[in-house]
Structure formats: C-alpha cells, structure tokens
Design a protein around this ligand. Structure first.
Ligand code: UD1
Length: 338
C-alpha cells in the first residue's frame, strides 16, 4: 500500500517513515528540504533496509503538486507533516506561515479529491487548546484563540479538513501532538534544528555538547510545583507508531466519524526543571543553566488526557522521560562524532 508522507525527511516524519516501512507500507516522501537534509534518506534506508521513494518540490506550488498526484494516482493515503513550526518566526512573518502551511494543505486536498484518495492523517498540535481551563486536557476541550500565526495555521487546517469532509469523500485523523522529543534508538535519525534551537530538548543537548554556552530557563515564577512551566513530553518513536495505528484504523474502515482527533501524549506533565534533572541523570553530566525572564507567549501548564487515544485508537506511549532524554543525548553525541 502506497502512502504519501509529506515532510518525511523531517524530525517526526523520518521516524514515521521508518515505522511505516517496518509494517510493510510503501512510502513516497515529498519534502523540499527547507528544514531537513537529503542524508536523512540514507539513514532511513539503513534502519529499514528499504529506501523510500523521494521527490523534492514545494507543495505550495499548485502545478507541481497536481503533477505529483497525476503521477501517483495509486496512492492509498496521505500523512501530512510538511509545515513551518517556529512560533516566534510565525509572529514575525505571518504571511510566510499562512502561505506555506495553508497553501500546501489546500493543494494536497485538491490532489486527493481529484484522484479519489480519501484518507489523510494530519499533524496537529496541542497548541489548539491554548492554556486549557481543565487539566488534563481532553479532545473535546474548547479550541482557544491561537497565540501565534503558527498555532492559527493548525486551527485553520483542522477546520479546512473538517469542512471538506462534509462535502467531499474525505476522511481524516487529526493527531494533536504535545511535545515530541527524543530520537531513534539507532541514533541515526533525530531532531536537526537549523541554527539556534527554539525548543527545550535540542537546546539542552547542544548546551551539554558545548555548542551553546548555557540553557536559558524561561522563568521559574509560574504557578507550578517548582515554578517552571509544565508540558507533556512524548518520545518521537511512540508518536511515530501512533501514525501507523491511525493509518491502519483508516484503511481498515474502523473510524467512527469522518474526522477524528486524538491527543498524542503520555498523560504525564513534566516541568522544565524535571526535564533538566532527567537529562542530568541519564547523561551523567551537570547542565549549565540560568533562570531568566518568562518567554513571551509561553503557557503555564498543559498535559493530556490520553484515555480516548488509549481506548479508541488502541495506542499508548510506552517510553519514559528518561528514555527521551537518553536517546536525545545519544543522538547529539552521534552528530558530534560525524
Ligand atoms: C510550542 C507549542 C507546540 C509547537 C512547538 C513548536 C504550545 C503549548 N506548544 O511548544 O505546539 O509545536 O512550540 O516549536 O504552544 N524552554 C526553556 N528554555 C529554552 C527553550 C524552552 O526554558 O531554551 C521552556 C519553555 O519555556 C517551555 C518548555 O521549555 O516551558 C518547552 O518549550 P518548547 O520546547 O519551545 O515547546 P513549547 O513552547 O511547549
């Protein structure tokens, strides 16, 4: 069964391609390498023993996307990862984010409807919940006004897909990721941030390896037990496996509605300090960090109710925070040894 994976050389995409190939799916990756490198294909091939098909073009280009679907009308389904994801950058360049994240989705959905491809798994985010009133947050919690253009593109994308499913033969599973971190146990693939990382985990490992001077902890005066913000960190391999389960649910006609949404998380919140402590425990190193002012736009705490994903999807995150920080560190060390 042939699956299109957009953004398949990216962080979550590459891990998902490995899991899909492992389950016998034939994968076609479309990626313009705007935030990933060609070499990831070789690493996927080494892990899987199988090389996915690969095409390099921009899905924002309607003609190129239509041409792709004309040549691959035998696709069974789509997993759409390709998107920009830097919150701060999206505030600075909103049009870039709307054009890229919304434009590509529209072109893909057009290609799907033109060729009667019905099934799409979409990368959404816990950012759609904002700061939830109730924790842990469930899938039916109210969507809150997005606090960045990036977050807004995720909300709008969910709406576009839902609108289309009401009039066209489209089914979708929207996966709302919490905070994906960690790397493949082979240390052949992992997160590859361009420039200075925005996210916590790569900043920690780059500090420990000596690329950054110290970690800036953005505030310790939040209303949490140790004062630092709480997130639901999830191992990227657990997250990748959930995509295979979602794909099997769709093509096995097991969906209960045309559009379903699931939280992908562990259900456990960890503070920034707890992530640092886990990293120090698994690496055996002391991390140099300093407490600074709060980062603009950060929410205080969010973690997921995963009951629906566990029971309905039949998937559960298995890896611990220590597994996440250990694998992230192994990946950073492997990068340094290259
Ligand atoms: C946010 C979004 C998420 C999005 C992601 C993409 C929310 C709740 N989450 O994640 O949907 O996919 O951006 O980038 O809106 N931190 C530090 N120092 C650092 C970096 C981070 O202290 O150098 C802290 C942050 O204050 C935060 C935590 O670490 O409390 C996690 O931050 P980060 O990894 O950037 O992810 P989110 O902001 O939660």
């Amino acid at each position: 069964m042939k699956i299109l994976v957009t953004g398949g050389t990216g962080f979550i995409g590459s891990h998902t391609v490995v899991e899909l190939q492992d389950k016998g799916f034939e994968v076609v990756i479309v990626d313009n390498l705007s935030n990933s490198i060609f070499e990831v294909l070789d690493k996927i091939t080494t892990i899987s023993g199988k090389r996915p098909l690969f095409e390099n073009f921009n899905l924002v280009d309607p003609a190129a996307t239509a041409d792709f679907f004309n040549r691959h009308s035998d696709l069974k389904a789509v997993i759409h990862f390709a998107a920009f994801k830097a919150v701060g950058e999206s505030v600075q360049f909103p049009l870039l984010y709307y054009r890229n994240n919304i434009g590509s989705l529209v072109n893909i959905l057009q290609g799907m409807t033109d060729h009667a491809i019905t099934d799409i798994v979409f990368s959404s985010s816990c950012t759609v919940y904002g700061q939830p009133d109730q924790l842990p947050v469930k899938e039916d919690a109210p969507i809150q006004k997005a606090n960045s253009p990036y977050g807004n593109t995720k909300q709008i994308s969910e709406e576009i897909i839902t609108d289309l499913s009401n009039s066209a033969n489209i089914r979708a599973i929207l996966l709302r990721y919490f905070n994906p971190i960690g790397a493949h146990e082979s240390a052949l693939i992992g997160e590859l941030p361009l420039g200075v990382p925005n996210n916590l985990m790569p900043y920690i490992t780059q500090t420990a390896i000596g690329k950054r001077e110290f970690l800036r902890v953005w505030g310790n005066d939040y209303n949490t037990p140790d004062g630092t913000p709480i997130r639901d960190y999830i191992h990227v391999v657990d997250l990748a496996k959930a995509h295979v389960v979602a794909m099997e649910r769709m093509i096995g006609n097991k969906m209960k509605k045309n559009v379903e949404m699931f939280n992908l998380a562990t259900g456990n919140g960890s503070s920034v300090m707890e992530v640092i402590q886990s990293f120090e425990r698994t690496s055996g190193l002391k991390l140099d960090y300093r407490i600074l002012e709060r980062r603009l736009g950060d929410i205080e705490k969010v973690w997921a109710d995963t009951t629906f994903a566990n029971e309905e999807l039949g998937w559960k995150a298995e890896r611990t925070l220590d597994d996440m920080t250990r694998s992230a560190w192994n990946w950073e060390k492997a990068l340094a040894n290259k």
